[in-house]
Design a protein around this ligand. Structure first.
Ligand SMILES: [Zn+2]
Ligand SMILES: [Zn+2]
Length: 132
């Protein structure tokens, strides 16, 4: 499968020659800020299948705890990918241009979701981490 993604202004583009997997949404207060949204919407990629196509000079990198961080467009602010130890770890689902043919499989940290968010019935949800 070939998937492409880009930021809001379109200057930063990437492609994935492979699949994205394990799509998840985390509703914790940290992810709300990292994604500027009610929750994260994120899926894992294989680093070897991910390639930047353009705009890499506009990418800014934020490294947080444990070597995990994000890369975002410094022009428009879209967060494009998560990184771990300087490798792409996953992508934000919102910046994909194509249908990744997966759905968000689980909603986690629903116990600390924002008071204003309404989660529909019938989605798989966990108060914190899912049991392994
Ligand atoms: Zn941009
Ligand atoms: Zn979270």
């Amino acid at each position: 499968m070939k998937l492409t993604g880009e930021c809001f202004c379109g200057k930063v583009k990437y492609e994935i020659n492979g699949v994205v997997r394990d799509a998840r949404s985390c509703h914790c207060s940290r992810c709300r800020k990292a994604f500027s949204s009610q929750a994260s919407a994120y899926a894992l990629v294989n680093p070897s299948e991910f390639k930047w196509l353009s705009g890499i000079e506009h990418l800014s990198t934020y490294i947080g705890e444990h070597g995990y961080g994000f890369q975002f467009c410094s022009l428009c602010g879209s967060t494009l990918c998560g990184i771990h130890q300087n490798e792409v770890h996953g992508v934000t689902l919102g910046c994909l241009n194509d249908d990744p043919e997966i759905e968000i499989g689980r909603h986690i940290f629903v116990g600390s979701k924002a008071s204003w968010e309404v989660i529909p019935d019938g989605v798989l949800q966990y108060d914190e981490y899912p049991p392994e």
